[in-house]
Design a protein around this ligand. Structure first.
Ligand code: PRP
Ligand code: HPA
Length: 177
């Protein structure tokens, strides 16, 4: 068990399971876009670890860039997604694949879809390492999902509780009271 600020968390998903899920996403995307040079877009802050591990396994030509959005405060979604760092690249005609650490309520995903709609890209796909189907409130497609998880707050592998926990190489879930 670990303590972050005022809350306790228990082990949930091992580094090995995470790696297996990322390998699966890499091979699906390599197969689907074998004749393209995709540009992977990580959504900061949370996605830095999944982007790093994903790219180390991705063996075909590709580019990477980042945007920064934020919606979560503490253990709750604020419902408003702020763009903190935007896109600074022309994506016209490109195959764009967004890499997310987690899709929860879908608020961030909705904002991402709006953001890229006006960009005239060739393909636009969304890949997420973790997905909470029971929390997801939107009628939007997610193209690649690593691991489906129950609607519980998690930390580790890039995900934080008020800034802490991002550096953990495995995932922990909030301990029941
Ligand atoms: O589906 P949603 O309910 O929108 O939640 C998903 C988003 O929440 C997290 O980001 P957060 O807003 O916590 O910012 P961070 O990546 O800087 O921690 C995560 O990285 C996703 O981008
Ligand atoms: O479960 C979560 N943990 C941390 N950050 C998050 N952002 C959306 N869902 C989560």
């Amino acid at each position: 068990m670990i303590q972050l600020h005022d809350k306790q968390f228990v082990p949930f998903i091992s580094a090995k399971e995470i790696n297996f899920a990322i390998e699966k996403m890499v091979s699906q995307i390599e197969d689907d876009f074998f004749d393209e040079t995709p540009i992977f877009i990580g959504v900061l802050n949370g996605s830095f670890m999944v982007v790093s591990d994903f790219l180390k396994l991705y063996k075909k030509p590709c580019e990477v860039s980042f945007i920064k959005l934020a919606s979560y405060e503490g253990t709750e979604s604020t419902e408003s997604v702020k763009q903190l760092i935007g896109l600074n690249q022309d994506l016209t005609g490109r195959t764009v694949i967004v890499l997310e650490d987690i899709i929860d309520t879908g608020n961030t995903l909705e904002e991402l879809k709006k953001l890229f709609k006006s960009q005239n890209v060739k393909h636009f796909k969304i890949a997420t390492l973790f997905f909470k189907p029971d929390a997801f409130k939107k009628d939007l497609k997610i193209d690649y999902v690593g691991i489906r998880i129950p609607n519980k707050f998690i930390v580790g592998f890039g995900l934080d509780y008020d800034g802490l926990g991002r550096n953990l190489p495995e995932v922990y879930q909030l301990k029941e009271e």
